[in-house]
Design a protein around this ligand. Structure first.
Ligand SMILES: [Zn+2]
Length: 334
């Protein structure tokens, strides 16, 4: 409840014209460092009521909010393509001051339905990171969506056995708390062990699977032809820091190969699932042809100074109203 209340206050502040005016003044007053790049990280654009079977934590914006954000981004004249970022990293191009790269992870259906039409209308370039084991695989679902459905729709009970211990599922607060606790417990486990534990939980709660949630290969093909840049996000979306090195390399290279087999040349860029990687994995990527790696760590990048295989991003969550995004970008300038 406290978190929800704080979110609604943050949204009100973020939407207020006073904060927008202050952000505008600061944008004009504060210097922008040369070669600076912000990478915005989105997941889903949809209204919360649209797909109640999917984990609400992945919502980045409603379509209405995203339209306001795209208007601002287009008017800034600072949005660049991944191709331009790669060229700048190779010393073959210069970025505009205060450059911004827009990225979407996980290739949910609503990217095609809501996000891309708004981006395309303003001719904004975008990168979509695809976990390539999921398109056209009806039986596969992201673990966080399976967990959400299992806990959200389970019959009310006083206690269930979970990977996070014995928890009650009596009301909405219990369910939100249980989903968080179980999610954290699963993330701490080795990937295969976590999936096994989730399978057992789903059986014990008699959970249904979520409906299809990600874009099919034919939809990805259409988006690619319309101008969306597709890039690898692993095959099965494991936390790469929690699996064996060879397996992690195979996940990344396999994902790139899956995309290349369908779409030809793929940008040598990986978004690490869940922001998880190891130093050994990063060290192994250049010889596999990778030039950029995107983490989920919050921050700005400086071309030539930031490790290109550990670029920072700025997450856009449902509470990140436009003015808050602008303020974050400003604070990260320094
Ligand atoms: Zn992801």
């Amino acid at each position: 409840m406290i978190a929800l209340h704080a979110r609604s206050i943050a949204q009100q502040i973020g939407n207020s014209s006073a904060v927008g005016a202050v952000a505008g003044l600061l944008e004009r007053a504060l210097p922008v460092r040369a070669n600076s790049l912000h990478v915005l990280m989105y997941h889903r654009v949809a209204s919360p009521s649209e797909r109640p079977d999917l984990h609400p934590g992945l919502l980045s914006a409603t379509p209405e909010e995203f339209e306001v954000q795209t208007a601002f981004l287009a008017s800034s004249g600072r949005v660049v393509s991944l191709e331009t970022v790669l060229a700048a990293q190779r010393g073959e191009a210069h970025l505009p001051r205060g450059a911004i790269l827009i990225t979407f992870d996980d290739a949910y259906l609503d990217f095609g339905e809501h996000a891309w039409p708004l981006l395309a209308a303003r001719e904004l370039p975008v990168v979509l990171f695809v976990a390539t084991a999921y398109p056209d695989a009806a039986e596969r679902h992201f673990w966080w969506d399976r967990l959400h459905v299992a806990v959200d729709r389970a019959a009310s009970r006083d206690a269930i056995e979970t990977p996070a211990g014995t928890l009650p599922l009596r009301n909405r607060e219990d369910r939100v708390a249980a989903r968080r606790a179980i999610g954290s417990a699963l993330e701490a486990l080795e990937h295969a062990v976590a999936l096994q534990a989730l399978d057992e939980l789903c059986v014990s709660l008699e959970a249904e699977a979520p409906a299809p949630a990600v874009l099919s290969w034919s939809e990805l093909d259409r988006l690619s032809r319309e101008g969306v840049t597709l890039a690898p996000h692993s095959r099965t979306h494991p936390l790469l820091g929690r699996i064996a090195l060879e397996e992690a390399i195979e996940e990344i290279v396999g994902s790139r190969d899956d995309l290349a087999a369908r779409f030809g040349t793929i940008p040598p860029t990986i978004a690490y699932p869940g922001g998880s990687y190891t130093d050994e994995l990063v060290a192994a990527l250049p010889t596999r042809g990778f030039e950029l790696g995107l983490t989920t760590r919050r921050g700005r990048n400086t071309i030539g100074a930031t490790d290109p295989l550990r670029f920072n991003r700025v997450n856009v969550g449902i509470s990140s109203a436009l003015s808050l995004i602008r303020t974050q970008l400003l604070l990260l300038r320094r």
